[in-house]
Ligand binder design. Sequence first.
Ligand SMILES: Nc1ncnc2c1ncn2[C@@H]1O[C@H](COP(=O)(O)OP(=O)(O)OP(=O)(O)O)[C@@H](O)[C@H]1O
Ligand SMILES: [Mg+2]
Length: 267
Amino acid sequence: MGIVITITSGKGGVGKSTAVGNLSVGLASRGKKVVAIDFDIGLRNLDMILGLENRIVYDVVDVMEGKCKLNQALINDKRTKTLYFLPASQSKDKNILDKEKVKILIEELKKNFDFILIDSPAGIESGFEHAIFWADIALIVVTPEVSSVRDADRVIGIIDAKSEKAAAGGEVTKHLIINRIKSDLVRKGEMMSSDDVLEILGIKLIGLVPEDEKVVSATNSGEPVIYNKNTKSAKAYDRISRRILGEEVDFELEKDGFFGSLARLFK
Ligand SMILES: Nc1ncnc2c1ncn2[C@@H]1O[C@H](COP(=O)(O)OP(=O)(O)OP(=O)(O)O)[C@@H](O)[C@H]1O
Ligand SMILES: [Mg+2]
């Protein structure tokens, strides 16, 4: 049975869709069969990041409403053949998702894929609860800002209260991704450090992603930055993929990447 990973956040615009795009390529390029689903109804985004926007015919709501078969809506990635994508509907009705229909879809996908990555709307938006309900693992994305961290704290509470696992007496595994870290600002004490964020949220860290302008150019060209292997963000997403697969990857590597150049100056 496949593992459902929901990528979510409290505040919007912190890098969820970017993380879904890159981690789905990261897992698929390591031989796993992966489907990335865009649950952000009304706002297509993940298709652009994956460069698949021109291939869309059917979407996730068409599947749930029986307008097409699942495999008619799934789009195979151009480069990584074990990766599939299920686009969001552009319906204006954000409440269009139905709990039972979402369940049937997720169960079907679990039979066919190793990993189901769900791109969730931010925690305040409707649709969010559907995206977290079936999660085995929640990856919570924050940027090192007070508002983002505070809203993430709220979302952790909702996951603990409202997921299917919570209702059954269990717990969703929750991991934190801290995105858009500007190491020079952290050093000057002008940005929250990862330790500050972790102390407030009290969940396990799975990745530190630096601010990287290459992320933006990658989105514009429809090729997730993880393909650009020498960039610092690609390395960060690759390490997160390996950690999802159970590898122990030292966090010092991240610190080397950000602080290494400075440390070398003082050697
Ligand atoms: N590490 C990074 N470095 C630089 N820019 C980044 C980084 N991560 C994300 N971005 C940029 O931040 C913006 C928001 O990212 P993204 O769309 O992934 O966020 P989101 O959380 O999915 O937003 P929404 O809540 O609207 O769905 C995009 O322009 C993206 O290119
Ligand atoms: Mg998004």
